[in-house]
Design a protein around this ligand. Structure first.
Ligand SMILES: *[C@@H]1O[C@H](CO)[C@@H](O)[C@H](O)[C@H]1NC(C)=O
Ligand SMILES: *[C@@H]1O[C@H](CO)[C@@H](O)[C@H](O)[C@H]1NC(C)=O
Length: 239
């Protein structure tokens, strides 16, 4: 009877012991998981999903903040949520999504450029109950590949417009489709303006040429007229 009571008690104690933060080594037992590799087209958006883990208890207000580094583990900081810092290369293009109290979220890089191709390291800082502020970072980071959208077959002088429209198809995003289309429209308007300008220039030149020709004719007529008058005068004098 004594043993049948003792056994569950021992099990309970063992479980409590395992869950105890004494067993948690904050120097060792933490993680930042993020995908090893991601790829997206130029102009597209990337989601770097991350999950952080800490074995011990967090402070009541853990004040979680996330930073992002590029190139290598000790690379340049390009984002810091607590400072609202975004590196100028990524101005208005980095968005953090980390719901309050969650340990998973994502960092978005919008409107991808070719030069964004790099490795990105997520870093987290938070307040723990027993060990104060703790800070750790992914070791491998996420290697991002930015590829060019395949060009559609182009014909003649409209190649710029066709290429831009081809980009939008790959994005598969309705809101972003409107951008390349409007770029096409802008090109068309610019072309119309150029044609109009050329026409106006041609017309101006033609008119100027015609006016100057007309003026020359008038000048010649006037000269001839005055010559005739002089001749007449001389004739009159002669007479
Ligand atoms: C990233 O997380 C979102 C949900 O937050 C999910 O829909 C998406 O599929 C994830 N992406 C990757 C590449 O794991
Ligand atoms: C964000 O910046 C602050 C102030 O420089 C720094 O104390 C903090 O550690 C940074 N956060 C991360 C996650 O690196």
């Amino acid at each position: 009877m004594g043993l049948s009571l003792l056994l569950p008690l021992l099990l309970l104690l063992a479980t409590l012991q395992a869950g105890n933060s004494e067993r948690c080594d904050p120097k060792m037992d933490y993680r930042m998981d993020q995908p090893e590799h991601l790829s997206a087209p130029k102009g597209g958006t990337i989601h770097i999903n991350f999950t952080f883990y800490y074995c011990g208890a967090l402070a009541k207000d853990p004040r979680v903040n996330i930073a992002l580094r590029r190139t290598h583990f000790h690379g340049q900081f390009i984002y810091n949520s607590s400072r609202h810092f975004v590196h100028e290369d990524y101005k208005d293009r980095i968005v953090l999504n980390l719901p309050e109290g969650q340990k998973s979220g994502f960092l978005q890089i919008l409107n991808l450029r070719e030069e964004d191709e790099n490795t990105y390291f997520c870093r987290v800082q938070l307040k723990t109950q027993r060990f104060g502020w703790q800070l750790w970072q992914s070791i491998l980071g996420t290697k991002l590949t930015v590829y060019l959208a395949p060009k559609t077959t182009t014909k003649g002088p409209t190649s710029t417009v066709t290429t831009t429209t081809g980009l939008s198809v790959l994005e598969g995003n309705r809101t972003s489709v409107s951008l390349p289309l409007s770029v096409g429209a802008v090109v068309k308007v610019a072309l119309a303006i150029a044609v109009l300008k050329t026409a106006i220039l041609g017309l101006t030149l033609y008119l100027r040429w015609k006016t100057s020709k007309g003026l020359q004719t008038t000048a010649r007529t006037v000269a001839r007229g005055s010559l005739q008058n002089t001749e007449e005068k001389y004739e009159n004098i002669g007479i």
